[in-house]
Design a protein around this ligand. Sequence first.
Ligand SMILES: [Fe+2]
Ligand SMILES: [Fe+2]
Length: 324
Amino acid sequence: MTAPRTIDSSFTTTFEYDYAAAEPDLRRLYENAKRDQWNASRDIPWATAQTSDGRVLADELIDIYGSPLWEKLSEQDRVFLNRRIASWRLSVLMYGEQGAMLACSQMVDIVSGTDQKFFQATQVMDEARHNEVLDRYIAERLDGVTYPMPVNERDLFDSILSESRWYLKTIALQLVAETFAVSLFRMMAEASRDPVLGEVCRRVLGDEARHMGFGMLSLPDVLKNASEQERREMEDYTVFSLEKTLLGFFPLEAYQDLGLSPAQIDEVKAYRRQTAASNDYAPFRKYFKRDMHGSMVQNLARIGLLTERVRPRLERLGINLPQV
Ligand SMILES: [Fe+2]
Ligand SMILES: [Fe+2]
């Protein structure tokens, strides 16, 4: 067990006295959140039998699927890797749920406006449930195998949780990190072999759409009223969040557990880079690009957070500025 992590934070809490609905769109999100609550203990078919071969995902979602290295693996090793890659990705997502729960609980305090506070309160509950459901999935379906929180993910959440301004938390969490999580959940929902995993992902996805909705509804006003310096700070924080989210997302420990040598792991990385650059065949990349460009990048650009000034840093991440 890893010891709990402590992060210093300080922020100003706003106590509201007016509870009337002031922002109809946000109030609607809050109503939807109440309507769509679900229970991870009751609504997931936990008793469903596991797949006969032990796979939880389609092999196509493994980076090295189809590579010379893959062709040399025994059936037993392929199943092992399938389960470990799933453990690795679900561990990353699970820590993200914990981080999201903590960030939203801070935002309940920080944001002004009853509609904003009520909505954030629902997101705290949603993220607790996501944390719970992923932990239970790993415990019951993946032999309890978890992997440590990647350094970039930890850096991102340390930054989000020590930041005192809600709109920077929202940019990093509700727009960048959650859109990334959504593309992973969607990919796993579509390519799950274990029906329980498919159901977990679909349930989580239903909640995530609301969370991104909060960012899209609340940020445009902030940007409109921001000074030049504040705008730059928001742009830079967007790029920082993208870098922390997109880089370093490589399940190194899963490959190490399979027994691959450092040279073989270099081969995995090279194969991964090569398929990502050469075509859209690699399903991981294909889903990912579609979602990244279809939602995250478009949304960030629409709000005005991706500008010419940050273009070079975005291009290093493989992101091209869309026309809006
Ligand atoms: Fe979540
Ligand atoms: Fe979320």
